[in-house]
Design a protein around this ligand. Structure first.
Ligand SMILES: Cc1cc2nc3c(=O)[nH]c(=O)nc-3n(C[C@H](O)[C@H](O)[C@H](O)COP(=O)(O)OP(=O)(O)OC[C@H]3O[C@@H](n4cnc5c(N)ncnc54)[C@H](O)[C@@H]3O)c2cc1C
Length: 318
């Protein structure tokens, strides 16, 4: 499927945009699931000023969606209307550390690379990122966490650009992080995170990261096309246990499957559509609710529209 070309409709100001603009751009390869339709218009800004310029000039009625490394995201088969923005490149991935170990990092920096870089510099507090395959922008939006640590723990600030192109310097209170939740307005695109680091021993930090990696290899389908944890853990419960007890380990819908290794992970076995994956998720939700009364909530962000004629209501029957 293809959208109308949005670019000619935007106006002359786009000639001043320094980043890349591409119409009907396939975004599936930029996501872990590798499924879904195109972005009507895809934008890679050159730097924060370019992003702000673009948003300031873009007509208010055009929807904007931001993606990171697509590791907690399902793009629907009908694609994403409007503009999809992805930050990448040096200007969004810089890391600086001052004498007080205040670390400022661009939000396109992959979490795993950030963990390694901090360990090499002897800065503690970030080893948990070795197990999270997103980038810092996604970590801010999701309050990504693992192994007893969360993004918010060492965060002292962030910077964002809003839908009108205005920049905002945010405090932890503005961000209002909680379990896989961020209270910053949904249209904010994070460009920088600021953390307080702590002195650490590079060898000890490397050992800690190796343990994180080994745990992941052992317990998660890290080599598969997946979207990470599908559902948030309900208060006092584990989502994977509820899915497992409902009998879904290895269960398939089309080319989508509940992982045999970790039942809160859904997998694209090769030929899955986004529809297969979402139907599988809603089928799991339906049965878990019928069996336990508990409503699982998607942790994975689903973006875009269904293919024509497709509809997936929540809480499907098996
Ligand atoms: C194998 C595997 C293991 C995982 N393990 C963990 C884990 O242990 N703990 C954990 O918390 N998560 C885990 N995840 C999920 C995922 O890696 C995290 O949620 C990650 O923070 C998402 O980052 P991303 O860059 O991939 O964001 P995406 O998946 O691309 O996007 C996620 C959300 O963040 C928003 N977003 C992305 N960038 C920005 C930005 N610059 N500004 C504003 N919003 C933005 C998107 O709009 C979307 O709403 C795992 C995923 C996989 C595939």
């Amino acid at each position: 499927m293809a959208f109308d070309d949005l670019l000619p409709q935007l106006g002359d100001w786009t000639s001043e945009v320094r980043g890349r603009l591409q119409s009907n751009f396939e975004i599936a390869p930029y996501t872990w699931f590798r499924v879904g339709g195109p972005a009507q218009l895809f934008f890679n800004p050159k730097d924060e000023a370019d992003l702000a310029f673009f948003l300031e000039h873009l007509s208010e009625d055009i929807p904007v969606t931001v993606i990171g490394l697509g590791s907690n995201m399902l793009v629907r088969d009908g694609g994403v209307e409007g503009v999809v923005i992805r930050l990448s490149g040096k200007d969004f991935s810089d890391v600086t550390v001052d004498d007080d170990l205040i670390v400022t990092v661009g939000t396109a920096m992959p979490d795993m690379r950030f963990a390694t870089q901090m360990a090499k510099q002897g800065i503690a507090g970030f080893a948990f990122y070795k197990g999270i395959p997103g980038a810092i922008g996604g970590a801010l939006r999701m309050n990504a966490g693992a192994h007893g640590a969360e993004t918010k723990d060492r965060l002292i600030g962030a910077r964002a650009v809003d839908r009108q192109g205005r920049t905002h310097d945010l405090t932890p209170e503005d961000l209002g992080h909680a379990y896989r939740f961020c209270a910053a307005p949904a249209d904010y695109i994070f460009t920088k995170a600021i953390f307080r680091g702590e002195k650490g021993d590079p060898d000890a930090l490397k050992t800690e990261m190796d343990e994180v990696s080994a745990y992941r290899e052992e317990n998660q389908p890290t080599k598969d096309r997946t979207g990470g944890s599908t559902f948030k853990n309900p208060e006092g419960k584990s989502a994977w246990k509820l899915v497992d007890e409902a009998g879904f380990r290895g269960f398939k819908v089309g080319g989508a499957q509940v992982s045999e290794k970790h039942t809160n992970f859904l997998i694209n076995t090769g030929e899955a559509s986004a529809e297969d994956i979402e139907r599988l998720g809603e089928t799991v939700r339906g049965k878990v609710r019928a069996m336990t009364g508990i409503e699982l909530h998607w942790e994975i962000k689903r973006i875009g529209q269904f293919k024509d004629g497709v509809e997936i209501p929540p809480f499907l029957d098996v």
